[in-house]
Design a binder for this molecule. Structure first.
Ligand SMILES: Nc1ncnc2c1ncn2[C@@H]1O[C@H](COP(=O)(O)OP(=O)(O)OP(=O)(O)O)[C@@H](O)[C@H]1O
Ligand SMILES: [Mg+2]
Length: 613
């Protein structure tokens, strides 16, 4: 429940406009009691038999027994007056409700907007560990659906509660002042009414929860089936996917029918109870009227009409007040999800006194670094090495040995569990993330581009780069040729979602251009050339070599030909460094590297023989 109060933090900046809105709602609630009074007036003061024969009718207007003013007209004229008053009243409330709706819509959308921005920027600040553990669908549904649900609570639900309360109590007050016996009688069905609602809502809530759960599951499944359409087709599993979807959807359809059946049953019982309420009013109220007919100023026909129409107006709000619990429950679930997100702290955090990393030379030191993604499974176990500036360091080793992990730590996507990483003697934990990443360029194992044009994607490396810089970067990355010759729209070509409209190698080259544009001191290439054929690789290799000059470079590559020129080759095995040194030294050592090299070399020779025929 405390979480609900946290919500009001978002409403606070708009408290005056919201207060204005709320007072309009209050007024709206009070005015809601008035329309039936017009009919009561007509019945009791104009149509009542004893008046009909009189040429002039006088009516006193007042509240709580105090008369404010009197008016005298003929009955016909009174009817016209009521008509004019009735229409004017509705014109007035119409304007009022228009203003109220505009005010509240504006405020609620502002709140929604602020909240969504905060959630999104918080998500942006979270560390990689968060994205490893939370599914895309989960995060998305929190930013969109749950935030919506919550802002509704601040505005819609609050509006309804306030208006219903005001209206109900105003009507009850008027009814009880007319006849407390009849009021008590009319309300005698309320316990049964509320109980019925409770019982059914309990049952329905269970079904709703199942439904929501099922839909989340279906959504996740659909998302994967659509995003992974190619895999589904390649494995010919369309029927399998259809069957999976069919089964989950069939269940939702059963749940849906159950929920609707329960709801219909509830509505029938409730409307029966309502009829009992109306019936009681007709019966006992009728008796009052019949008995009092002789006694002037007693319970009038108008009073009966008033009871009837107020009761009709009251059941709805009472139901809303009863079911407000349901709304709050569902909002509570959403608030847990949203605040859970807002409360998750970045695991890679800047210290309070973090200082910007000064312009670096590029000396890197790993000092006894230990790391694991999951506590039980160590991935790096005591990594020690040093790299001088301008060096090219190659990381090699079998798949899964921890190469990508080493550079994940170097870019501080994660913090080591133990040990320290130093750049130019500065511990990464002590400097600001921005100043660090500004000086690092990363080409990842899978290059991800964003929807937009090629130029936009290259410019992502440096937002204020000129068109000329962009083209130069593309030339250096060996991408200019395919961009200007193969693509109809050149640099304006849309790359599609995640760059899906380009080939793997094209994507890779755009990613390299993006990094070249950034001109980083420390360059990290994780299998940057893995998606390329030997010919393009050679061309890229060229570009990369130019790029590597005057920078410290970390290269991860499976093809050993790429790493021959490295100043230092780090050979990893199961999270530890097995061997380290330049190529010639490692060959001489005749260990793991020599074995890997010979194996690949022989394969290469065989390929060459085969090519020669
Ligand atoms: N985000 C993650 N969460 C949990 N475990 C992970 C994560 N990323 C990698 N791992 C695990 O850490 C180990 C090392 O992974 P890493 O990506 O560093 O290997 P690699 O040497 O780069 O392999 P490859 O040559 O195949 O790219 C693997 O066992 C992998 O399962
Ligand atoms: Mg890797």
């Amino acid at each position: 429940m405390r979480e609900l109060f946290r919500l009001y933090k978002y409403a606070k900046p708009y408290k005056w406009i919201l207060l204005f809105g709320f007072s309009l709602i209050l007024l709206d609630g009070l005015l809601g009691t008035i329309p039936p009074l017009f009919f009561v007036f007509v019945v009791d003061h104009v149509l009542a038999t004893q008046h009909i024969t009189q040429p002039e009718l006088t009516h006193e207007f007042g509240l709580f027994g105090v008369t404010f003013f009197k008016m005298t007209f003929s009955p016909e004229r009174w009817l016209l007056n009521v008509f004019i008053a009735f229409v004017s009243f509705h014109a007035f409330t119409g304007v009022l409700s228009f203003v109220r709706t505009i005010v509240m819509t504006w405020a609620s959308n502002r709140v929604l907007f602020d909240m969504r921005n905060e959630v999104f920027s918080h998500v942006q600040d979270l560390s990689m560990r968060f994205f490893d553990t939370q599914g895309t669908g989960q995060i998305m549904s929190r930013i969109t659906g749950d935030v919506n649900n919550l802002s509704g609570l601040i505005t819609d639900t609050t509006i309804n509660i306030i208006r219903d309360f005001v209206m109900m109590f105003a009507m009850l007050f008027i009814l009880f002042s007319k006849s407390w016996v009849l009021s008590a009688l009319a309300l005698s069905i309320m316990p049964a009414y509320i109980l019925t609602n409770r019982i059914f809502v309990q049952k329905m809530k269970r079904v709703w929860r199942l439904l929501r759960h099922k839909w989340a599951e279906i959504y996740g499944g659909l998302y994967e089936a659509v995003a992974g359409a190619k895999v589904v087709k390649a494995f010919g599993q369309e029927k399998h996917e259809e069957k999976k979807a069919f089964h989950s959807m069939r269940q939702t359809y059963h749940y849906q029918i159950r929920a609707n059946t329960l709801n219909t049953a509830m509505q029938s019982i409730l409307s029966l109870l309502q009829s009992v309420g109306f019936g009681l009013v007709m019966w006992w109220g009728g008796r009052f009227v019949v008995r009092d007919a002789a006694v002037a100023d007693g319970f009038t026909l108008g009073a009966m009409i008033l009871f009837n129409s107020y009761l009709g107006r009251m059941y709805g709000p009472i139901m809303n007040l009863v079911s407000v619990n349901t709304t709050i429950q569902s909002a509570l679930v959403s608030s847990e999800r949203v605040f859970g997100l807002l409360d998750s702290e970045p695991t890679v955090e800047e210290k309070e006194d973090a200082y910007p990393l000064p312009s670096i030379e590029g000396r890197v030191k790993f000092d006894n670094v230990h790391f694991s993604y999951d506590p039980e499974k160590p991935v790096l176990r005591g990594i020690n090495f040093e790299a001088q500036s301008d060096m090219m360091i190659a990381l090699v080793g079998p798949s899964g040995c921890g190469k990508t992990t080493v550079i994940n730590l170097l870019a501080r996507f994660y913090d080591p569990v133990d040990g320290a990483i130093l750049i130019d003697g500065h511990n990464l934990r002590d400097v600001t993330l921005r100043s660090l990443r500004n000086q690092i360029g990363v080409v990842l194992q899978e290059s991800i581009l964003f929807k937009g044009s090629i130029a936009e994607n290259i410019r992502y490396g440096k937002l204020d780069a000129t068109d000329q810089d962009v083209v130069q970067a593309a030339i250096d990355a060996n991408a200019h040729k395919f961009i200007s010759e193969d693509l109809a729209e050149g640099y304006e070509t849309d790359v599609g979602e995640r760059g899906g409209r380009l080939s793997g190698g094209q994507r890779q080259r755009i990613a390299i251009a993006r990094t070249i544009l950034r001109d980083p001191r420390l360059l990290i290439l994780d299998e940057a050339t893995s998606a390329l054929d030997t010919h393009s690789e050679a061309a890229i290799q060229d570009a990369l070599e130019r790029l590597m000059k005057g920078r410290t470079t970390f290269v991860i590559a499976h093809r050993l030909s790429t790493v021959l020129k490295a100043d230092k080759i780090i050979v990893m095995k199961e999270g530890q460094i097995e061997e380290m040194g330049p190529h010639a030294e490692l060959l001489e050592l005749d260990g793991m590297y020599a074995e890997m090299f010979n194996k690949q070399f022989r394969i290469q020779e065989r390929e060459d023989d085969w090519l020669k025929g």
